[in-house]
Design a protein around this ligand. Sequence first.
Ligand SMILES: Cc1cc2nc3c(=O)[nH]c(=O)nc-3n(C[C@H](O)[C@H](O)[C@H](O)COP(=O)(O)OP(=O)(O)OC[C@H]3O[C@@H](n4cnc5c(N)ncnc54)[C@H](O)[C@@H]3O)c2cc1C
Length: 303
Amino acid sequence: MTEWIRALEQAGLACRAHCALAPRGTFRIGGTAALAVFPQSREQLLRALCLLRDAGERYAVVGRGSNLLYPDGEYPGTVVFTGGVCGLELHGTECVAEAGASLPSLALRARDAGLSGLEFACGIPGTLGGAVLMNAGAFGGCMAQVVLRSEYWDAAAGRCGSFAGAAQEFAVRSSIYAQQSRYTVLSAVLRLRQGSRSEIAARMEDCRRRRAATQPQGLPNAGSIFRHPPGQYAGRLIEECGLKGVCVGGAAVSERHAGFIVNRGGATARDVLALIDLIRECVLRRTGIRLECELRRLDGQPI
Ligand SMILES: Cc1cc2nc3c(=O)[nH]c(=O)nc-3n(C[C@H](O)[C@H](O)[C@H](O)COP(=O)(O)OP(=O)(O)OC[C@H]3O[C@@H](n4cnc5c(N)ncnc54)[C@H](O)[C@@H]3O)c2cc1C
């Protein structure tokens, strides 16, 4: 590990050993990463990814950590945080942004430029890279509707490339990037539409109001934990099992929206996993449906 850190530092990359993960995720849960790297430019991000590949190091790429459950102990690899790689340019109706650009900031920049298409994204607290990977969406909109193409680093081939249109394999909360861990999203080109600034702002305000009325406010969480089973709402199935407010340790099913788990204080990943097991068991027993998780682990293993 020491040699590896030296190589990164020689490349001008900020690194931190035994880096606390909880402050770097919206759940505020987690132990440490053996090493964390904070690239501040696309060049530094690529340098880190190349060095990691050459060293055969285990690693994970993280944006805002708003859809992640970090482990309680130490992740025995390197976590590359993309937040510093956040360039953003508007060219006519196209928006070109780097992986670490904040999705709400993108939505606001688009609004200010009178560009419509990202209204749905204003309350999704992730980065562009995480949103492309997850095909993040809300209120009828999703990334698949606006992402023209995305550029990636392919660790298996050791080169950069890009996917356009259908090659990105967008599906409900999924994409080729979610299916294949060899890829890191570097940037994306979004196609938006000219629109009225005040109408765009009104649609965003409507999204904000709907979120405030239905989703937990004030307690750390990672958004919806489960995918919606076909024709059903995960939250409703959980609520019908009488699970609102049920807790394991510091983790609780939100009283506001049963599809969310909140950290009431001091929750561990173990608490969240035990609560997920309990929810799944109850819903399966009552409905015969096995809920799939939207929440991801740092090591890419399914929950
Ligand atoms: C309050 C709240 C509300 C939310 N509402 C919504 C919602 O309405 N709709 C919705 O879809 N989601 C929602 N989410 C979930 C989350 O914000 C989205 O999934 C978001 O797109 C994740 O982005 P991120 O940068 O935080 O990704 P992270 O959580 O950092 O990572 C998610 C996954 O993407 C991978 N990843 C991240 N960046 C890259 C990259 N550059 N290249 C390759 N892999 C990468 C990670 O390894 C991980 O597997 C919500 C979350 C919260 C906390």
